[in-house]
Design a protein around this ligand. Structure first.
Ligand code: AMP
Ligand code: FES
Ligand code: ZN
Length: 294
């Protein structure tokens, strides 16, 4: 099989793009997909200060690496979840990357904040992954705003977005569908959020991270059973195997055809937390409540 760009021997085949690439041309293709996503959705420009949420996993470290290589002004934000070994390994990978690339890394330590994930897991009966997501989003926003960033970028890829869309459609979660997008504009005291990897798959990101020799955490969070999304991803990949291109069609079809006609209801967060000022539905936000404020 030959690379469709330079005719050298291909190393990666991408059926959904009806293409095969040698290593260099694949890297070029990948970076091009990220740049396309950024431009198409006006995510940010070279003048913006971008804060990349980095977990230490392959997606977010790939994202940070690509943005730096493309010449964007991108710093990192790591939330230390306080999950023993897992968080320590993640922290060391992210710190190592920041040191090698000589870039700024901001760290928030949930143990210092009094809400480490093992702690909140024991204190409440809500599913730990949803609490963890809520706490992470809170600090993404808070740190981005207080440190003067114009936008926050996460490492969600096409598989993440498609499995979430599939789940939201299966259960007709209209309030989540309304918020599913590669870009969420800044509003109601919330920072703009973007997903520049939404056009590339988990496979593409793994290949990119491998070719670039990125050192990332490859163990799963001990709390993430992740069963539902893993099952959806598996089935969606089987469909993709039989009908290449289905995943991107499904997601882009949603963005083009359904999302624009979904109306914003009155359900948005109108209050601000009286403890920390974060937008909330009631008078104290969820994170301040976890910290013990009533
Ligand atoms: P997840 O929800 O774990 O699939 O992660 C989705 C995205 O959230 C990642 O690609 C990162 O951009 C970000 N993220 C997850 N965990 C952390 C963390 N501990 N610190 C900073 N960013 C994170
Ligand atoms: Fe949040 Fe595991 S990463 S619970
Ligand atoms: Zn609060």
């Amino acid at each position: 099989m030959k690379c469709i760009r330079c005719k050298k021997e291909a190393e990666v085949e991408l059926k959904s793009h009806n293409a095969a690439f040698c290593r260099d041309c694949f890297l070029h293709f990948f970076e091009n997909q990220v740049e396309k996503a950024i431009k198409k959705h006006s995510m940010f420009s070279k003048a913006d200060k971008v804060l990349v949420a980095v977990s230490g996993g392959k997606d977010s470290l790939t994202l940070w690496s690509v943005l730096l290589d493309l010449g964007y002004n991108a710093d990192g934000l790591f939330i230390n979840l306080g999950i023993n070994n897992f968080s320590e390994i993640a922290r060391s990978k992210v710190e190592k990357f920041a040191q090698i690339r000589k870039v700024k890394l901001i760290t928030v330590d949930l143990v210092d904040e009094g809400i480490s994930i093992p702690d909140v897991k024991n204190k409440t009966r809500r599913p730990v992954c949803s609490l963890c997501g809520q706490i992470k989003r809170y600090y993404f926003n808070m740190m981005g705003l207080t440190e003067g960033y114009s936008v926050l970028a996460t490492g969600h890829n096409l598989d993440d977005e498609v499995s979430r869309l599939f789940s939201n459609v299966l259960h007709w979660k209209m309030e989540y569908l309304k918020d599913q997008s590669p870009v969420l504009p800044s509003e109601n005291g919330l920072l703009k959020k973007v997903k520049p990897l939404y056009r590339v798959t988990e496979f593409d990101t793994s290949a990119y991270a491998f070719f670039k020799d990125l050192d990332f955490v490859d163990i799963a969070c001990p709390f993430s059973k992740g069963a539902t999304f893993t099952v959806y991803k598996k089935h969606l990949n089987q469909i993709e195997f039989s009908f290449p291109g289905t995943k991107i069609d499904f997601y882009q079809g949603f963005l083009k055809k359904l999302r624009p006609i979904m109306t914003n209801d009155e359900n948005s967060r109108k209050n601000t937390c009286k403890i920390c000022g974060y937008p909330t539905f009631s008078d104290i936000c969820g994170v301040c409540r976890l910290k013990g404020y009533r």
